[in-house]
Design a protein around this ligand. Structure first.
Ligand SMILES: C[S@@+](CC[C@H](N)C(=O)[O-])C[C@H]1O[C@@H](n2cnc3c(N)ncnc32)[C@H](O)[C@@H]1O
Length: 300
């Protein structure tokens, strides 16, 4: 990790902490190994926090949680042991029956045909800042992925290029964008510092259109789909912190969903409490996320 905070001493200490948890995961009962691996991954990403900065050139800041990785791991383990015991208790005493669960590794732009059809779909897709280099879901998880043996360090960049909202954006046909989307992409193109984000932003909108269309294919007629997204995304003047362009991100997603046949039932804004008030420009502004409720029509 090319970051001044990742000194050789810190890297060695983190490696030591990760090694200690890996020993536990390797020695655990095979029936719980997958759960242990998930908890290890979670503990590492809680310990090493990456936040992407600036205009999409991959610059990031690092912060390290004070709690050691082993302690983060054992705290989650305790929590999930209680969750498992509670579920068992509910099954035994009130005869609650949980639906079967399955984890599928797939791409939301190409949902496998054989999953069946569902009554409800709940999702939080990548937010617009993802396509502008302010977020990288895959890179932020790189230390976990490497520790799990799922990626080598030299493969992390490819993984980024593969996800919705990455900085990849070749060959997008702007004519297929809505007017609101096209206005934003053209504004980005005209801005010397932000031109790098124009194509990835266009790609993000088209990928989300594709994902909505795939989502409908696995939903029963009349089924609900709940989508959580940032309400707005704001581009700022760096020096004065003046808002230059406010993008109604949640409304754009709702319009995309509607364009592929969803009925839009409601958009409900939820204010979030900010944890880090110093981090971003205009960090004292209120921050809202939006719950978009969509419905698959009862009949075509
Ligand atoms: C806003 S996050 C929500 C994550 C998760 N729901 C949670 O609460 O932790 C968006 C997620 O979409 C994932 N993602 C990006 N591109 C995807 C794709 N093509 N198919 C499926 N998931 C994707 C990212 O890796 C990221 O984890």
């Amino acid at each position: 990790m090319k970051n001044r905070k990742m000194t050789p001493e810190i890297a060695a200490e983190l490696s030591k902490e990760i090694d200690a948890v890996q020993v536990v995961v390797a020695a655990c009962d095979p029936r719980v190994r997958r759960l242990f691996r998930v908890l290890m991954s979670d503990a590492i990403s809680r310990k090493i926090r990456m936040r992407f900065l600036g205009t999409g050139v991959g610059r990031f800041s690092l912060t390290f949680a004070k709690t050691p990785i082993a302690q983060l791991f054992s705290k989650s383990l305790e929590k999930y042991a209680k969750v498992a015991a509670t579920s068992e208790w509910l099954c035994d005493t009130v005869h609650l029956r949980f639906a079967d669960a399955q984890v599928v590794k797939a791409d939301a732009r190409h949902i496998p045909d054989d999953l069946g059809r569902f009554d409800i779909l709940v999702t939080s897709p990548p937010y617009l800042p993802a396509s502008s280099g302010r977020e990288s879901y895959a890179k932020a998880r790189a230390p976990s992925l490497i520790a799990l043996g799922m990626r080598r360090h030299d493969e992390v960049d490819d993984l980024v290029d593969d996800s919705i909202g990455s900085m990849y954006g070749d060959g997008v046909d702007l004519k297929t964008l809505t007017e609101c989307e096209r206005n934003l992409v053209e504004w980005l193109r005209r801005d010397e510092l932000r031109a790098i984000k124009a194509e990835p932003t266009a790609r993000y909108f088209l990928d989300m259109r594709r994902a909505f269309s795939e989502m409908r294919c696995v939903m029963l007629p009349g089924a609900y789909c709940i989508v959580v997204s940032g309400k707005r995304s704001t581009f700022y003047q760096f020096s004065t912190r003046e808002a230059l362009y406010v993008v109604p991100s949640a409304q754009i997603l709702a319009d995309e969903a509607q364009s592929v046949g969803f009925e839009v039932e409601s958009l409900q804004d939820v204010q979030l409490i900010k944890l880090n008030k110093n981090a971003r420009p205009r960090s004292l502004d209120d921050y809202y996320e939006t719950i978009i409720t969509l419905r698959n029509p009862r009949s075509e």
